[in-house]
Design a protein around this ligand. Sequence first.
Ligand code: SF4
Length: 226
Amino acid sequence: MLESSKSDMEDRISDIHGALVNLHGEPEPPRDMHPVDSVIHTILSQNTSDENRDNAWDDLVSEFGHNYEAIENADHDELADAIRTAGLANQKASRIQDSLRTIREHTGGEYSLEFIKEMDVDEAQSWLTNIKGIGDKTAGIILLFRFGMDYFPVDTHCERLAKRFGLIPEDASYARAHELLTEHVPSDIKYSFHRLLIDHGRAYCTARDADCSNPVCEQFCDCEYC
Ligand code: SF4
């Protein structure tokens, strides 16, 4: 499969996507969220569960509302306390405040990412990843979820399943996985395919455990683990 043409690869991805939709259902669209909220939300997501992230987010909003100026200028320890349930609270508080400062300085005073719409994907990714604490995955989620850009964020489930479904080489680095999937996953299913690979990985194929008896894997996984 890996040596197939681009259109063969896209066909295979579309077939896997269809099977994933049949099994898991079409994912809900991304939450309607202000892009700056999205930056904070994705920082809170790092290395924690969705539940802990959501609890930290709710605590943050109840403490500061969506007042970015207040969050940027908050006492660091106070902010860390507000987001404690997300884990790595000191590091995440610094990253949130650094991000808000960078955005405000770039726009000359506003907490807005509207300027991203004027950028191409590479430029936007590079701008976001220059913010300390925003890596490729975080930037990718913002670009795909908030701006609908043609970008495929790769998390651990996406990377593992793309390898096991033969979409990328087993030894592909994270960067190469991202490059290949961004190139080959059709634009109109990038969001859905990203979400479904995560759903499928969580349900059937984690780093420690694999439950290979499901219709998607029975049809598409050629890996040696089954
Ligand atoms: S068949 Fe098994 S190892 Fe392969 S992707 Fe599915 S759950 Fe993972």
